[in-house]
Structure formats: C-alpha cells, structure tokens
Design a binder for this molecule. Structure first.
Ligand SMILES: Cc1cc2nc3c(=O)[nH]c(=O)nc-3n(C[C@H](O)[C@H](O)[C@H](O)COP(=O)(O)O)c2cc1C
Length: 223
C-alpha cells in the first residue's frame, strides 16, 4: 500500500468486528509512528493502550455513569472553540447529519442520537483503545506533534488492514481513564482512539465525510 492509498482509504470507522489485534502488531505500529516529526524532537506524546479486561472495565465503568452524564463529563480542555463559527460550525453540523442519516436516525430522535454518541465509549466495538496524552505544560506546537503521531499511526493501521477512529469524546472521561490507565496528573488526556478490524457491512461505515475543495483552504502565490 502506498501513502496515497493509505490516506485515501483511511476514514473514521464507527463499527468494528470482534476480532483481536495482536499486541506485537500494535507495538510495531507505535514504534514506527514515533518516527513522526516533532518540533525540537521533543516527542511529547504518551500512549496508553487498553485491551482485554482493562478495555472492558473502562467501557463498563462509563456505562455505569452514563445515566447521569449522557453526554459525558467536562473535558479538561475545549475540544472545540467555545463559540464555533462558520464555516466550521456548519461542517460539524453536516457531519452529524450525514452520519445519523446513514444509520437511519432522524434529527428528532434525540434518544437515538445519544445512544449512537455513547457508542464512542464502547470504542464502537473495537477490541483496542488507545489514549494519547501529553504534558500539561506543552504548547500548541506539541499538540500538533501529537496529531501527526496519531495520523502516522492511523495510516500504518491501514497498511496492516486495520481501521481506526480518533476519539476526542474520551476526553470527557479523563478522571476514569486516568485512574484505569495510571496516567500521571501532570499529563492531560487529549484523545482516545478505537483500533480494530472494520465491520465493512455496517451502514455507519458507508458514508464519506465531505472535504472542502483545494481553493477553499490553500493559497498559492508566486506561481
Ligand atoms: C482529534 C480527533 C478527534 C475525533 N474525535 C471523534 C470522536 O470522539 N468521535 C467520533 O465519532 N469521531 C471523532 N473524530 C473523527 C472525525 O469526526 C472525522 O475525522 C471527520 O469527520 C472526518 O472524517 P473521516 O475521518 O472519516 O475522514 C475525531 C477526529 C480527530 C482528528
């Protein structure tokens, strides 16, 4: 698989098969992903990998708390700007509409939407969950570094026949994740990630999230 194929075939998968992912494969992928570039070679990332009983306990513990917190708790950082402006607000709205339409959940079906959203905290059925953290003192540049690490990992996953879904929604459960995964207080939980083999027949995996055309985001001068 070449890089273009990996990039074009990566999409956020939200239904996985109950098929285990070997630990050795995850280790190799993480090791390779750590070749991602970082400002000053800081390599600011930490990764916590949840499998087996630990993964199941996390899912169970969130489920227990869901009735009181159906949207999760407060993350430790603003996942989105507090006042998301257009065009970003519209794009976010469109993603939700397309995703729920793909699985036949209407706009009025608040319960159904909440239920689907809560599937985040089951890793959408994936057998492995990753958590990406970095030091609280790290700045914007280092958060971008962690993003590059994550994308590198997601592309390597494609090469290995695996799929992923990055999940900021796990930031809502930082206390619980911190406790289960043994994350020190001086690290902030940025993002989770579901990793596994896609259930390609599931309708939620069949829609494609839009992208803006090149002219919408790239400016060329001097050509
Ligand atoms: C940092 C990050 C966090 C994300 N968090 C979530 C999440 O919590 N739940 C979810 O279903 N998708 C999540 N996504 C997936 C995005 O919705 C998705 O990348 C975007 O809609 C583009 O779709 P694509 O990944 O299929 O190309 C996240 C993506 C990124 C990069």
């Amino acid at each position: 698989m070449n890089v273009t194929d990996a990039i074009l075939s990566r999409h956020s998968v939200r239904a996985f098969l109950d098929k285990p992912v070997p630990k050795k494969l995850l280790e190799t992928m993480l090791e390779t992903a750590s070749r991602a570039p970082t400002g000053g070679n800081l390599q600011p990332w930490h990764v916590y990998v949840a499998g087996g009983e630990v993964r199941d306990r996390l899912v169970r513990r969130v489920a227990e708390q869901l009735p009181l917190n159906p949207l999760g708790k407060q993350a430790e950082y603003h996942v989105y700007p507090p006042k998301l402006q257009d065009p970003y607000r519209k794009r976010r709205f469109k993603l939700g509409e397309d995703m729920y339409a793909a699985i036949g959940i209407s706009r009025e079906d608040r319960e159904g939407r909440l239920r689907q959203f809560a599937r985040n905290w089951e890793f959408f059925g994936a057998p492995v969950g990753l958590f990406f953290t970095l030091g609280r003192d790290m700045q914007q540049g280092q958060w971008a570094d962690v993003g590059m690490f994550m994308q590198s990992f997601m592309l390597l996953a494609r090469e290995a026949g695996l799929d992923t879904c990055a999940q900021e929604s796990w930031a809502s459960w930082h206390e619980l994740v911190r406790e289960e995964m043994g994350i020190p207080d001086d690290q902030i939980l940025f993002c989770g990630m579901a990793v596994g083999y896609a259930d390609s027949e599931h309708p939620i995996n069949k829609f494609t999230a839009d992208r803006e055309p090149l002219e919408g985001f790239a400016t060329f001068k001097g050509f």
